[in-house]
Design a protein around this ligand. Structure first.
Ligand code: DC
Length: 232
């Protein structure tokens, strides 16, 4: 039976700041389905750890964080005024706080913790139960939705990703230097791809797209062609 576009599960994985969320949001809008930013959930756990004194002298108290996992409630809520999905932590909108360089610096080690991953994967599957979804992250096509209808592995050169992130933060009025961002991106690439549990890797059945020199509109044309090829 032909699947309706509203029921599609689309997984977008790739390195940090590769434009996954912009792409995923555009696809979600085009198809009229939900968008879930899985990285925002790991960022929310990281912010919780920072605010609850579980990160001291660059060391994360993983054991205590795991003990407190059931006190962490994360929601992704659509804000029609801003026309975007926002992340809430224990009833508080934290969309802005989770994008800071400080959170970016700690999120990779936090997301290496097995129990944190298990809790987030559970939540990600619950958020998309019985409905179409576009989810972006690192392990969506490999672990979260191995049976996703379309899997895209998005890549771009590190300096291009750093420049995009720099422009994005600047536009939001947030402080950060280009060199610091590039360093953070390279470090996260390494940590995300080499960790033991659910490392970032291209799923065997994912289609790779290098968007280094593509506009968002060109990427949408590419996507709609793939969709047409696969589902007619
Ligand atoms: O997509 P992002 O840069 O906001 O993600 C932040 C971090 O969260 C990233 O460095 C690794 C982690 N992450 C993960 O381990 N698995 C995911 N599915 C999504 C993000």
């Amino acid at each position: 039976m032909k699947k309706s576009k509203q029921d599609l599960v689309i997984a977008i994985d790739g390195h940090s700041s590769g434009g996954k969320s912009t792409y995923a949001k555009m696809i979600a809008k085009e198809l009229g389905i939900t968008y879930v930013d899985s990285g925002a959930m790991y960022r929310a756990v990281t912010l919780y750890a920072m605010e609850n004194n579980l990160i001291r002298d660059n060391i994360i108290d993983g054991q205590e964080l795991v003990r407190q996992l059931d006190q962490i409630s994360i929601e992704i809520i659509f804000n029609p005024e801003e026309d975007r999905y926002e992340t809430w932590l224990n009833g508080r909108n934290i969309e802005k706080e989770i994008r800071t360089v400080a959170v970016s610096n700690y999120v990779s080690p936090v997301s290496k913790i097995r129990e944190v991953r298990e809790a987030m994967v559970d939540l990600q599957r619950k958020m998309s139960r019985d409905k179409g979804v576009v989810m972006d992250g690192r392990d969506i096509g490999t672990v979260v939705f191995p049976d996703a209808d379309i899997k895209i592995y998005l890549t771009a050169e590190p300096d291009i990703r750093a420049q995009r992130r720099f422009d994005e933060l600047k536009q939001k009025g947030m402080e950060a230097g280009y060199d610091e961002i590039l360093e953070n991106i390279m470090d996260r690439d390494h940590q995300d791809s080499t960790r033991d549990i659910s490392p970032l890797k291209k799923a065997d059945d994912a289609i790779e797209l290098d968007n280094s020199s593509m506009t968002p509109e060109e990427q949408m044309v590419w996507f709609m062609n793939k969709l047409e090829e696969k589902f007619g």
